[in-house]
Design a protein around this ligand. Structure first.
Ligand SMILES: *[C@@H]1O[C@H](CO)[C@@H](O)[C@H](O)[C@H]1NC(C)=O
Length: 621
């Protein structure tokens, strides 16, 4: 019976595709059915790639020239793509419902992936409402303006560049508190109601995809039953390191802003150099471990040497090719946008683009000549390298092994680029500056920790918070209370002004209104150190037994064996479950915090003893 249903529905499907086939007179065996399914998938692969190309072109045109006409064109194309994927989803869902008797694991995997459609599964009017809510929340976020501090001037301060710069550079507590509070009040609060509606519609969509709630749907990308426990476990392993940095930073900040601290051990969230206290590298200068030793900011040197955005991209490309990886194609150099144009509005947020045709790959970045942007160039080029590596895969597999993988590739490369050793190699650090001594290493590792370790609890709690909302553990009456409960528990920070349920402080972070899954960044931070450790070992640049080759000073530049190993994993796209791909790349099948701990080991030892000397006990109440 099952067999028959399958056969007929495949017939219907085939019928819909091109000219109608005649009903097969002989009952086909399983292999024939499977091969028909394969043919169908090949056909939709072509259709989707084509539609994806058209919609990406429209999106690019908009992002690199914001005007109403381009906005309309972009919207039209993205609706067409959504319509096509929904049609495929419907057809596949109906046709291959009982597909358990298919033998080909690859076929089963593709069908399984197609079956997770996400929000596009909603009925048209509900989908429209969903898209409108997301657009209006994001627009509110992007256009929020706040008032100046202690003057009566107009309220025209925007997040980028004004508030970001103030949070980064100002050391005046009153101003920091003012702008922190203004931003949170004005960006988050007003969208609280919309967000509640958005959660409800999201969950409807999840149910249409056969999930209990949207949090569960997000987590399927990680293809593991135990993913929630696994990340909690990773966090527990990393917590002592985080608490050590937290304690040191707290002690140093207390010297600067003493009256802001009480004995609860929490750090006020507005003092960490960043609106969300998500990474703390901007307050490095307040607490350099060894002020007389050099630090790895080569911005001045880059400017002195006449670096341009193009030169930065060439330097990055050269790193990838030195490892035998794929060079950026001609189309990339011709069509990328790497400087902010003067004559038109563009979306400046850096991004990497795959045009789904196997030819066009581009980066859009308003590049500035700074050390930080040099790292971002490598991050974005890592995305392109991944896309180039898996371009031969079918459309459905042209994505990261899991969402964290895609973010981790460029960061892995950047871990080598940013080493004093490499910066010296490319002439950005003076040969006379000593770089191998312990004190310089501590300065370097401390700066890295303010960026990477400080980010860990934040990147974890953003989705932990949303899982609790999606699954109903927390309702609207607790939205803000729960947010601060997690902020306190995981990050050890507290708000600098009174917060109530009138406020919606989670909404003051872009990825909440814009609805971007966030666990990927936590996962990326953990696995990039696993990748780094494995590639460094492969390149003979790291050995746990050799004190002259510490993990934090490893540079995989020029290593063809490391490059080959990386390429082996990347070229698989998502055609296998990520543990299998991770095994190819690292020999490990699990995410594992030991690489990160190893990398930061010298710093952790140093922090432990310095905190003891300062009588600063890690942790908080
Ligand atoms: C899906 O099925 C419908 C009805 O049989 C058909 O009209 C449509 O062309 C099919 N679409 C795709 C993309 O296979």
């Amino acid at each position: 019976m099952k067999m028959e249903t399958l056969q007929i529905s495949i017939f219907l499907l085939a019928c819909s595709l091109s000219a109608c086939w005649t009903l097969p007179s002989i009952r086909k065996n399983e292999n024939d059915l499977e091969s028909e399914a394969r043919d169908y998938l090949a056909e939709i692969d072509r259709l989707t790639s084509q539609k994806c190309y058209e919609s990406t072109v429209a999106e690019w045109d908009y992002a690199t020239d914001i005007n109403t006409q381009n906005e309309k064109a972009k919207l039209k194309m993205s609706l067409e793509l959504a319509k096509l994927t929904k049609e495929i989803w419907t057809n596949v869902t109906i046709t291959f419902k009982e597909r358990q008797d298919f033998k080909d694991p690859d076929l089963l995997r593709k069908l399984k992936k197609i079956r997770v459609l996400g929000s596009a599964a909603l009925p048209d009017d509900e989908y429209k409402k969903y898209a409108q809510l997301e657009t209006s929340m994001t627009k509110h976020y992007s256009t929020t303006k706040v008032c100046p501090f202690e003057t009566r001037e107009a309220c025209i301060y925007s997040l980028e560049p004004d508030l970001t710069k103030i949070m980064r550079e100002s050391r005046y507590e009153g101003a920091l508190r003012h702008f922190w509070t203004q931003w949170h009040d004005k960006s988050g609060g007003p969208i609280k109601k919309s967000y509640k509606q958005f959660i409800e519609i999201s969950n409807q969509a999840a149910k249409l995809n056969n999930f209990n709630d949207m949090g569960e749907l997000w987590l399927t990308a990680y293809e593991s039953e135990t993913i929630k426990d696994d990340v909690e476990q990773l966090w527990q392993t990393l917590k002592p390191l985080y608490q050590n940095i937290h304690a040191y930073v707290r002690a140093k900040l207390r010297n600067v802003y003493g009256d802001q601290f009480s004995d609860d051990g929490l750090i006020p969230a507005h003092l960490l150099g960043n609106m969300w206290a998500q990474s703390w590298e901007n307050i490095y200068s307040l607490m350099v471990p060894y002020p007389k030793k050099s630090s790895i900011d080569v911005t001045q040197e880059m400017i002195k040497q006449g670096y341009t955005p193009l030169k930065m991209f060439q330097v990055a490309d050269e790193f990838f090719t030195s490892m035998g990886l794929i060079p950026m194609p001609n189309e990339f150099w011709k069509q990328s946008l790497i400087e902010k144009p003067k004559n038109r509005e563009v979306v400046c947020h850096a991004s990497a683009w795959d045009f789904c045709n196997g030819k066009d790959f581009r980066i859009k970045q308003c590049t500035r000549v700074t050390t930080k942007d040099l790292v971002i160039v490598h991050h974005e080029m890592g995305h392109i390298q991944y896309q180039l590596q898996y371009k031969h895969q079918p459309y459905i597999y042209r994505e990261g092994a899991n969402p964290g993988f895609h973010e981790a590739v460029g960061d892995t490369i950047a871990l080598s680029v940013i080493t004093p050793k490499h910066l010296r190699k490319i002439g950005l650090l003076d040969k006379t500056v000593p770089i191998d001594d312990h004190e310089t290493s501590i300065n370097f590792l401390f700066a890295m920790a303010l960026e990477k370790i400080a980010f860990l609890p934040f990147s974890y709690l953003i989705d932990k918070y949303r899982w609790d909302i999606f699954d109903g553990t927390v309702d609207e009456s607790q939205y803000n209370t729960h947010w601060w409960k997690l902020r306190k528990e995981y990050q050890g920070i507290k708000p600098p002004s009174v917060r109530t349920e009138e406020h919606f402080d989670a909404g003051a972070k872009f990825h909440i209104p814009a609805n971007v899954e966030y666990l990927r960044y936590f996962v990326s931070t953990v696995i990039q150190f696993q990748f780094h450790r494995s590639l460094c070992t492969e390149a003979s640049q790291y050995s746990p037994e050799d004190p002259a080759k510490p993990l934090h000073n490893c540079d995989i530049y020029g290593s063809k064996v490391a490059g080959a190993k990386l390429a082996d994993g990347l070229s698989m796209g998502s055609s296998r479950k990520w543990p299998e791909i991770m095994k190819v790349m690292t020999g490990q099948e699990k995410m594992d915090a030991s690489a990160i701990r190893e990398y930061f080991k010298p710093l952790e030892d140093w922090l432990t003893s310095v905190n003891e000397k300062m009588r600063e006990t890690p942790g908080w109440n």
